[in-house]
Write a new protein. Structure first.
Length: 198
């Protein structure tokens, strides 16, 4: 997905990782944009506790971590060159996604880019069955062993089944005036939207 935003200048780049969770995407973002100023926002105390540990251990506290509600936040308008988010869409309804799209449009600089990805329900029967078992049964068990059973992972497959894929998200993002493209990944096991602010 990040290969779609190669046009973004890496010098003095401001990146916002919305719904940053435990900082799972930071390695990817820093590898792609090593000199960028990276910020992460999340509302979950449990997730941010782990994010702060990672920030201190791996990034010398150089990542700006903010606790805020992505749908009602205090971020500055027209500030970010890139807004990124991974696996934070699945719990949102259509009205919430519209608010999210409007907020991304607000905080992006003119010509700024965005990319969001989410796990999705594959249409292929074989992949659907495998993914249902992996996401619904195996992932929560692994998470319980590693992180002490965080609540955020317990209903993962139910959220995924309800979410389907990101096509409807792309429609909403286009409707609010963001130039948006829809893509599928890994045989439909993930999907996303990317684009720019005009």
């Amino acid at each position: 997905m990040l290969n779609k935003i190669d046009h973004v200048d890496n010098n003095s780049l401001e990146i916002m990782d919305l719904m940053t969770g435990m900082g799972e995407t930071w390695d990817l973002l820093k590898a792609k944009f090593p000199s960028a100023r990276l910020s992460g926002l999340d509302i979950s105390d449990g997730m941010l506790k782990n994010a702060r540990k990672k920030n201190k251990a791996k990034y010398s506290d150089n990542i700006i971590i903010l606790k805020d509600n992505v749908l009602d936040n205090s971020l500055d308008s027209n500030k970010y060159d890139l807004v990124f988010s991974a696996f934070g869409l699945k719990t949102f309804n259509k009205q919430q996604v519209k608010i999210l799209a409007q907020e991304i449009k607000r905080i992006l600089k003119p010509k700024g880019a965005f990319a969001l990805i989410e796990i999705s329900e594959p249409e292929n029967i074989f992949f659907n069955l495998f993914y249902r078992i992996y996401i619904g049964k195996i992932t929560p068990q692994i998470t319980r062993l590693l992180l002490g059973d965080p609540e955020e992972y317990k209903l993962l497959w139910e959220y995924t089944k309800r979410y389907k894929n990101s096509q409807w998200v792309a429609d909403i993002f286009n409707d609010v005036g963001l130039e948006t493209t829809y893509d599928e990944y890994f045989f439909g096991c993930a999907s996303g939207v990317s684009g720019s602010k005009t």
